[in-house]
Design a protein. Structure first.
Length: 95
C-alpha cells in the first residue's frame, strides 16, 4: 500500500466512523473508540483481502470491499462491547 492509499484509507475509515457516530450518538470518548475501531477494521480488512487475493472493488492500492466489511464489522462490535451512554440508560424512579 502506498502512502496515498494509506491516507485515503484513513479518510474513508474516519468518514465511516463519523457517520456511525451520527447514527448511534454518544460522547467524544465514544467517537474516539469508533475512530480507532474503524481504522483497525479498515486496514485489517484490507490486509485480509490482500492475503486471500480478493480483488473485488479495488480503489487504487486499496482493497475497498474487504476493507469496508472490516470497518463495518469492527464498528458494530465496538458498539456492542462499549457500555451504553449514561444518557441512554433508562433509570427507574421510586415513589
Amino acid at each position: 500500500m502506498t502512502l496515498h492509499g494509506f491516507i485515503l484509507g484513513l479518510c474513508i475509515a474516519s468518514a465511516c466512523a463519523f457517520f456511525f457516530h451520527i447514527l448511534r450518538g454518544g460522547s467524544l470518548k465514544r467517537l474516539a473508540f469508533y475512530l480507532a475501531s474503524a481504522w483497525i477494521g479498515f486496514f485489517s480488512g484490507h490486509l485480509l483481502g490482500e492475503l486471500i487475493s480478493w480483488q473485488f472493488l479495488r480503489l487504487g492500492s486499496i482493497n475497498l470491499f474487504p476493507a469496508l466489511l472490516g470497518t463495518i464489522l469492527s464498528l458494530v462490535l465496538t458498539a456492542i462491547l462499549v457500555k451504553p451512554n449514561s444518557s441512554q440508560k433508562k433509570t427507574r424512579r421510586r415513589h
